[in-house]
Design a binder for this molecule. Structure first.
Ligand code: GLN
Length: 533
């Protein structure tokens, strides 16, 4: 029988529910259990694919081409779970499904209501994840903060779940904030009490509380929380601010959170094995031997979450090289105003991430020119590859104002353009080239050296492609097309001969990097950056 853990959050948003859920998944996996994780998002969009990064942060893409919440990235980085489109459900999807069924006449004249119809659809989606994953434990993170109007149907479905499945098969974990008031030098439990009170009004009594705090919680405080919130003392878990998010599974394990969960479910399993994580991830992050300064040149630099997987993948590359990554976030529009030198003079590597639209494009192109001419290791991702092609076409091949038709539909030299199939597309939601595609890596190239494989799979999220019409010319001038999507003959990777590390890919390798298994493109990028010091 599958066991279900619901993770809710209270007091404030951004408490790190996603990382907490992923960490719980990790410590349960370390006990030999098969886990999967799911995110329920209360917003009405069908998926985050059409949202501005400033609204939502990064859009994480799964192998099967779903555009999902960035928490799925945490789940895949921390655990072995293979996630699909079923692992993220939104209010939009839930209502869409119910309304389509109503229009078909499936409800046979009934009045369609939040309870039981919307909640039934939510529960069915959770059960579907259990079925598809065949996991022992399904962790379900409910987005938003308890008390929000939007998340009520999800919480109600979570409440009903215990009724349907039995107390021994369902567990509720609530994440709260226990603030420290500096002027009073006091730690306050009242917000947690209120938050749990709100949850209990809905009918959910949390079994475990995870208390986010900047200070150590004394025994008295924990006992007070336990008493007022009706949660056993040992199930009041402290989650103090840590240097690296990868320490959190260890912090949880030290407070025997895995044991408390297994006891609740009456599960017996092998003893915990987090040695590899401790030694090869945490110890390395905390005690780096070297340091690399990496510039990320993008246009959503102000928001930490916009390039989440990229920043993590860089950290992974650092872990693999025993090095700390000093991130230099550069706004590409600043490069347009002041030139690249001021920002990129002191860096060991330059990364240009994906993106959409024309704002800041020329700054990215200038940054790439700077990397090419000064032989600074460069990694381009998606739009970053498209910009690398534009830069080379303009500055090496003499194609003046060469561009992508996304930026200038009338450009004389459309080195990046739309495929015929994309020209027919009307709507914006879910219509890009999405998900995992095979790519053949050319022997004798840098890409081959990096991947050490001829057939690779990477995830995609884009509309525009390299325009084959320019392949011969660019090749003649020194660009190497080192990866091709075979069936469709699409350029997936480009590089430059005679440069220590210049590689750009149409895909998003950052989605497949893990702390204990850095993606090879990032690992080698950091190796090259360290050599470039
Ligand atoms: N805007 C570009 C395209 O649609 C690149 C997309 C991206 O970087 N994810 O092709």
């Amino acid at each position: 029988m599958t066991k279900y853990i619901f993770v809710t959050g209270g007091v404030i948003s951004s408490l790190g529910k996603g990382i907490a859920s992923a960490s719980i998944g990790k410590i349960l996996e370390a006990r030999g259990l098969k886990v999967t994780l799911m995110k329920l998002d209360p917003y009405i969009n069908v998926d985050p694919g059409t949202m501005n990064p400033y609204q939502h942060g990064e859009v994480y893409v799964t192998d099967d081409g779903a555009e999902t919440d960035l928490d799925l990235g945490h789940y895949e980085r921390f655990t072995k779970a293979k996630l699909t489109r079923f692992n993220n459900a939104t209010t939009g999807q839930v209502y869409n499904a119910v309304i389509s069924r109503e229009r078909r006449g499936d409800y046979l004249g009934k009045t369609i209501q939040v309870i039981p119809h919307i909640t039934a659809e939510i529960k069915d989606r959770i059960k579907k994840v259990a079925e598809v994953s065949a996991a022992d434990i399904v962790l379900i993170e409910i987005g938003g903060t308890v008390g929000d109007i939007e998340s009520l149907p999800f919480l109600e479905a979570a409440r009903q779940f215990e009724l349907d499945m039995g107390v021994a098969n369902v567990l509720y974990i609530h994440l709260t904030l226990v603030p420290y008031i500096k002027v009073a030098d006091e730690i306050k439990t009242k917000p947690t009490q209120h938050s749990v009170g709100t949850l209990r009004e809905i009918g959910i009594q949390p079994d475990i509380l995870i208390c986010r705090t900047e200070k150590v919680l004394s025994e008295d405080i924990k006992e007070k929380i336990s008493l007022f919130c009706n949660v056993r003392r040992e199930a009041v878990i402290e989650s103090r601010d840590v240097e690296s998010i990868y320490q959190i599974p260890l912090e949880f394990k030290n407070q025997i959170l895995d044991e408390i969960i297994l006891n609740h479910f009456n599960l017996i399993s092998k003893s915990s094995d987090l040695r590899n994580w401790e030694k090869n991830v945490v110890e390395r992050v905390l005690n780096p031997k070297d340091k690399a300064r990496i510039a990320v040149v993008g246009k959503y630099i102000g928001l930490q979450d916009a390039y989440k997987s990229i920043y993590e993948a860089l950290i992974h590359g650092g872990i693999a090289n025993n090095a700390k990554i000093e991130l230099i976030k550069v706004d590409s529009e600043d490069i347009e105003k002041h030139g690249p030198c001021k920002f990129l003079n002191q860096v060991n590597g330059i990364l240009v991430p994906g993106g959409f639209g024309s704002r800041g494009i020329n700054g990215k192109v200038k940054a790439i020119q700077f990397a090419r001419e000064n032989k600074i290791p460069f990694l381009g991702l998606c739009l970053g590859m498209q910009c690398a092609v534009i830069e080379f076409a303009r500055n090496v091949c003499g194609l003046r104002n060469a561009n992508s038709t996304e930026i200038n539909p009338k450009t004389k030299y459309p080195v990046i353009s739309l495929l015929e199939e994309q020209k027919k597309v009307k709507g914006l939601g879910g219509t890009m080239r999405l998900g995992s595609y095979p790519c053949k890596v050319k022997k004798g190239t840098l890409a081959y050296k990096v991947y050490a494989k001829e057939l690779i799979y990477e995830r995609h999220r884009h509309r525009y492609e390299f325009n084959d019409k320019y392949k011969k010319l660019l090749e003649k001038k020194g660009m190497v097309f080192s990866g091709i999507c075979l069936k469709r003959n699409l350029v997936e990777m480009v590089e430059l001969r005679g440069h220590p590390y210049f590689i750009a890919v149409q895909s998003h390798p950052e989605f497949k990097s893990k702390p204990d298994a850095a993606h090879p493109l990032f690992r080698e990028f950091i190796t090259a950056a360290l050599k470039n010091k």
